[in-house]
Design a protein around this ligand. Structure first.
Ligand code: FES
Length: 154
């Protein structure tokens, strides 16, 4: 259930834009911050608050890869396997993640510490293989740097 604080934040966000559709992305971020992911309740409350059809809210929420659609671990790893990263060793990195941590695409570690999502380009093609951990960008990944990076997240 949305907290009163989150509802206030949604309503205040709506007033900042001349058209409530423009408040949709910020509203989705508020919902994701509140729940950790976007589900039916989030879409319904945003739809009601902004006066936008629920199908539109869900359509926008499911279009963008920065929104989560199921409960995830405390830290979300998004790794790119598109062409540039693949040529620079992304498949080797994904194999390492599978062997070392048991990751499959969309999986979460048993301790709920990490979830992994394999993505297309994350805009860091020159520094592939690249990944995001939450909002932090890392490139030129190797097995050693991955372990160092993961050690920073609890
Ligand atoms: S191809 Fe991997 S970040 Fe662009």
């Amino acid at each position: 259930m949305f907290s009163e604080t989150a509802i206030k934040e949604l309503e205040e966000t709506k007033t900042r834009y001349p058209d409530s559709k423009a408040a949709l992305l910020p509203a989705l971020y508020i919902a994701q911050k509140e729940f950790g992911w976007l589900g039916t309740e989030a879409y319904e409350v945003i739809s009601t608050t902004l006066g936008i059809p629920k199908a539109t809210v869900r359509g926008v929420g499911t279009f963008y890869s920065m929104f989560k659609h199921k409960p995830m671990g405390r830290n979300l790893i998004r790794i790119c396997t598109n062409v540039s990263c693949m040529l620079l060793g992304a498949e080797r990195v994904v194999d390492f993640l599978r062997r070392q941590y048991g990751f499959e695409n969309g999986s979460t570690t048993p301790d709920n510490r990490f979830s992994l999502v394999i993505m297309e380009c994350i805009g860091a093609c020159a520094m592939g293989p690249a990944m995001l951990v939450n909002d932090d960008l890392y490139g030129n990944l190797t097995e050693k740097t991955i372990e160092e990076i993961f050690s920073q997240y609890r």
